[in-house]
Design a binder for this molecule. Structure first.
Ligand code: GRG
Length: 282
């Protein structure tokens, strides 16, 4: 993914150089690449050609990278450390970071319009629509709006779940969906099982994120630890306690694995990623 993304991003010597350097700074050299890995793992179920998956997975990762750049801005989470490096607006400046997010988002959709992505226009349009909905006000951006609004408030567990299904879950579900759409069509039970897997993994990712924010050190996370408590944000840890939050993550992990049973050995990578999401240390 690192070399694929490096090849798809505008070259640093291309004008406007500062913007292109900042875009590359925000995307390259860090990050777990969970969403691209999920796209590749899901694509194994539909025997998708690797080049197509590279493009679709990159589009999702660019949306993710843009969301992190904007999330770190002073008007949002106001953070100065991301992926073990100064955040984009600290390394460059706020206006550049805003443009980096904008340009990464449009580049993501440009990639989905790539002629190498698909030979069925209807499927390609479906991919565009999926990513647009996942990133927009009914997906990630909407979840972020609820998150910003929830500071200092007490949410119920279903309200917290609604927020995270949008803020974090939508893009994770889109990664899995786009990966499969790069290949042969899945049957209805397969589609439903995979959607359930992605929903469980998306939520588990966030529950674990809340636990790590409360328990892991900044040096391991590569981002400022303890931000949720500092900003008085409701989390699974504040609502359920750390032990119950961990049990909830384990339950979601179990449900995700159960959903994969119908795929047998072909879902090995998806199983491994479910394990990684729940057992990760950063
Ligand atoms: C600005 C529209 C807009 C949305 C921002 C995703 C998001 C919404 C904000 C990120 C804040 C955050 C820490 C959310 C918790 C879950 C999450 C998405 C963590 C970061 O994802 P990782 O761990 O990051 O996959 P890496 O760096 O590994 O790619």
């Amino acid at each position: 993914m690192e070399s694929v993304l490096a090849g798809l991003l505008p070259a640093p010597e291309l004008a406007p150089q500062r913007l292109h350097k900042a875009m590359r700074y925000a995307v390259l050299g860090g990050g777990k690449r969970v969403r691209p890995l999920l796209a590749f793992a899901a694509a194994e179920l539909t025997s998708a050609p690797a080049r197509r998956v590279e493009i679709a997975a990159s589009a999702v990762e660019l949306i993710h990278a843009y969301s992190l750049v904007h999330d770190d801005l002073p008007c949002m989470d106001d953070d100065d450390l991301r992926r073990g490096k100064p955040t984009c607006h600290v390394e460059f400046d706020e206006a550049t970071a805003l443009l980096v997010g904008d340009a990464l988002q449009t580049l993501a959709f440009q990639l989905l319009a790539h002629q190498e992505l698909c030979d069925a226009p209807a499927t390609q349009l479906e991919m565009l629509k999926h990513l647009a909905i996942a990133a927009g006000s009914r997906g990630m951006a909407g979840g972020q709006a609820i998150d910003l609004d929830s500071v200092g408030k007490s949410l119920s567990v279903p309200e917290l779940e609604f927020m995270h299904i949008h803020k974090t879950g939508a893009l994770i579900r889109a990664a899995v969906k786009l990966g499969t759409l790069c290949g042969e069509k899945l049957d209805k039970p397969g589609e439903a099982a995979l959607e359930h897997y992605a929903k469980c993994i998306g939520l588990a990712f966030q529950v674990v994120d809340d636990i790590l924010d409360a328990e892991a050190p900044t040096a391991t996370l590569g981002k400022t630890a303890g931000k949720d408590a500092e900003q008085n944000k409701p989390t699974y840890v504040t609502l359920l306690g750390a032990a119950t939050a961990r049990d909830f993550a384990d339950e979601l992990h179990h449900d995700a694995l159960a959903a994969l049973e119908i795929f047998g050995e072909r879902a090995l990578r998806l199983r491994q990623l479910a394990d990684f999401v729940v057992k990760r240390q950063y």
